[in-house]
Design a protein around this ligand. Structure first.
Ligand code: GLN
Length: 477
């Protein structure tokens, strides 16, 4: 039975617990043993809780462990955002998503590594050092939720939470071969998520399959009085669409996403996926999102602007690290020594774009282009139900390969960023492997609040392929 756990989805394990075919204790020791043996090499966790944080709740996932990205507040626990400036900070309340997980009877087993304050695409910008890609330890796991994605890929936990501001759930999910879902802006409460770009951030699940993804979304989605940007729209039962037919659904293929810079093997996997969808009766149409070329530039004005403003609170007075002895020297030394290089770069860019005299040329202009990007999607969604793209132009790259060249790092988000600018939902899921043995991810983008169609399509295609069942070749010694 224990060997079986490895190949079961989370909701299936929970089912076995309920039928007393396996005990919660056995499940915990199975996953803890994997963490203990495998995470030495992977470094996906920042902190592992012994015992886990566990409350008597109930749901279809009761009794299962979950890991949380280290930028989501867990009452009484260290929350560091992988930054030196917060390394001693203890959360004084639970994020809404944490409250909901506890109520659902999940057990929080620890926090996962990330790029500092979620700035990055490789999990190399962490004060704890990088997490490694489970399929090849010399490669990055993607970022910024790289710890969560790597941990789930290796089955150190059945699922984890990440956050996505410009691709940080989807891109690491794609690099690690798992399912990463970014819900529509306003679908999941951001209360208790350390803010990066408040108009872009969303929390979402990273799982090995679409069923678990639907179960987690059922738990975390919905209006929250502590986050005024959450929507009052009713939350459907996402598990209801898991076995629905997908015949007749219309998918758009944006021509701008299949051009220069797209790796051949990634393109081939997407084409294979298209054939699977066609066999299931899905219709395809070429579409155009004409402002795609401006997305990265627009994002890298808006996101740092919001970040620079959100990071002002880390001043050495209220949170974590404090260096220096009078007010000015506390501000200066704490921020100089507490923030890493990428965080400082974002603060500089953001402060500059928001400063008087430059605001109109940078922030305001970016805000206008953002509206055009959003409109591209609105137009296209009149003709198609969903959009299919690669998640990332390439499979995982080497550790150190892009860390000295921020621009090339930024460009790796080219297919994920527009979704956040437009406030839509999107998911990345495995659709192939490169010859080198690295996972390749596909992205489905949906209309705002139409998570169901993504789950419908993803779960249907998952039954036709076995990519999500493959487990990285790192064994328990
Ligand atoms: N990689 C992007 C960035 O560095 C997105 C990060 C994210 O989604 N948190 O900003």
């Amino acid at each position: 039975m224990k060997d079986n756990i490895l190949n079961l989805a989370g909701y299936q394990i929970s089912h076995l617990i309920k039928r007393s075919e396996i005990s919660e204790k056995e499940v915990f020791s199975f996953f803890y043993r994997r963490i203990e043996n495998i995470d030495k090499k992977l470094k996906s966790f920042v902190e592992v809780y012994h015992p886990p944080l566990y409350y008597q709740g109930d749901s279809s996932l009761k009794g299962l462990p979950i890991a949380i990205k280290d930028n989501i507040c867990i009452y009484g626990k260290r929350i560091t955002c992988a930054s030196k400036i917060l390394s001693s900070h203890i959360a004084v309340y639970d994020a809404t998503v944490i409250k909901r997980l506890k109520k659902a009877g999940l057990a929080i087993v620890g926090t996962t590594n990330m790029d500092e304050f979620a700035f990055g695409s490789s999990t190399e910008n962490s004060c704890y050092g990088p997490t490694r890609n489970p399929w090849d330890l010399e490669m990055v796991p993607g970022g910024s939720s790289g710890g969560s994605a790597a941990a789930v890929a290796c089955r150190l936990v059945p699922f984890a939470l990440g956050s996505d501001t410009g691709g940080s759930i989807r891109q690491p999910a794609s690099f690690c071969g798992v399912v990463g879902f970014k819900p529509t802006y306003g679908r999941v409460s951001r209360f208790g998520l350390v803010a990066f770009g408040s108009s872009l951030d969303q929390i979402g699940p990273i799982t090995t399959n679409f069923s678990d993804c639907a179960h987690i979304l059922n738990i975390i989605c919905g209006f929250d009085e502590f986050d005024s940007t959450t929507s009052k729209k009713p939350v459907p039962d996402f598990t209801k669409v898991l076995n629905s037919p997908i015949e007749g659904i219309k998918i758009g293929l944006p021509k701008e996403y299949f051009g220069k810079g797209l790796d051949n093997e990634v393109e081939k996997s997407i084409l294979d996926l298209i054939s699977v969808f066609k066999k299931l009766g899905v219709k395809f149409k070429e579409i155009s999102l004409p402002h795609t070329d401006y997305a990265v530039a627009t994002y890298y004005i808006i996101a740092p602007s919001e970040a620079s403003s959100n990071l002002q609170r880390f001043d050495g007075i209220r949170y974590g690290l404090r260096l220096g002895d009078d007010l000015m020297s506390i501000y200066k030394r704490t921020r100089k020594e507490g923030f890493g290089e990428e965080a400082k770069r974002r603060i500089f860019i953001g402060t500059y774009s928001l400063s008087s005299g430059y605001y109109e040329d940078y922030y305001l202009r970016a805000a206008k282009v953002r509206t055009l990007i959003k409109k591209d999607f609105e137009d296209v969604f009149k003709e198609v139900d969903v959009i299919l793209t690669p998640t990332s132009p390439t499979p995982a790259f080497k550790l150190g390969e892009k860390s000295k060249d921020p621009l090339s790092m930024y460009l790796s988000d080219i297919y994920t960023i527009s979704v956040n600018l437009a406030g839509l939902c999107a998911v990345s899921f495995p659709c192939g492997f490169s010859l080198q043995g690295l996972p390749i991810g596909a992205q489905l983008i949906g209309r705002a609040f139409d998570e169901e169609t993504l789950i419908k399509l993803g779960s249907a295609v998952e039954k036709e392929t076995d990519y999500h069942q493959r487990i990285p070749p790192i064994g328990v010694d």
